[in-house]
Design a protein around this ligand. Structure first.
Ligand code: FMN
Length: 219
């Protein structure tokens, strides 16, 4: 009697041990997959950002590592979020060439639209790209360079071209096209880009302050 009880107890202990080992292996596998997926996503995002930065300010136009030569600035009125945003800086032979601001348009149809806005020293846009948005596919997503050429319409523009009063979509009396049945998204982007230009006009010089300022926040 005692012997069979002992056997049953041992079997149960083995079963419990096996179950625990399977559970631990499962948890370990999920954690490993999650970690490597997160790392892969971060690496993809970094690669996309580098590629896009180089589209906006081409490699031959600067000789510094734009990806790591950054400062943080904040201006809730002109740049969007209350927290600081990153500014990538391009230099050639130590001379400032351009900056790429990362403002956020807060007022897309479905919320925030994150942008890269490249501005050359003469105040002209070198390029604008959307890095993240939740606008409706087929309606608002024409702001993506992969979906339409609309965003390329900012290339070479400045606060004088068009004059500031015409930095709006056509529906609002401006120079920029809206999309069929979707005015809210392009309106938000046009406003964020013109605000980025206004920010550059006010703070352009400070954005190129010596490298000792890297990491400091300009208010
Ligand atoms: C389901 C749904 C999704 C929409 N998504 C967008 C959008 O992503 N971007 C946008 O500007 N308008 C979107 N709209 C349209 C807006 O509600 C609004 O009508 C439009 O932006 C105004 O532009 P319009 O004056 O050219 O019609 C959407 C409408 C519906 C019903």
């Amino acid at each position: 009697m005692n012997g069979s009880l002992e056997k049953t107890g041992r079997r149960m202990a083995i079963a419990a041990g096996l179950l625990a080992a399977f559970a631990a292996t499962g948890v370990g596998l999920v954690a490993f997959t999650e970690l490597s997926t997160r790392e892969r996503i971060a690496a993809n995002e970094r690669a996309y950002l580098m590629r896009t930065l180089n589209e906006i300010v081409p490699a031959e136009a600067h000789d510094n590592d734009m990806f790591s030569d950054t400062i943080e600035v904040s201006d809730v009125e002109l740049l969007g979020p209350p927290e600081a945003i990153t500014v990538f800086r391009a230099f050639s032979g130590g001379r400032p060439v351009a900056v790429i601001l990362t403002p956020i348009a807060p007022d897309g149809y479905s919320g925030a639209i994150k942008l890269l806005v490249g501005i050359a020293m003469d105040g002209r846009l070198t390029g604008v790209r959307v890095t993240s948005h939740r606008e409706t596919p087929g309606l608002g997503d024409g702001i993506e360079a992969a979906r339409s050429d609309w965003i390329l319409g900012f290339d070479g523009r400045s606060l004088d071209d068009p004059p500031i009063g015409r930095w709006a979509v056509r529906r609002d009396g401006g120079d920029f096209d809206q999309f069929t049945g979707a005015t809210i998204t392009p309106r938000a982007v046009v406003k964020a880009v013109s605000n980025a230009l206004l920010y550059f006009e006010k703070n352009g010089q400070a954005l190129f302050a010596p490298q000792t300022n890297i990491g400091k926040t300009i208010q």
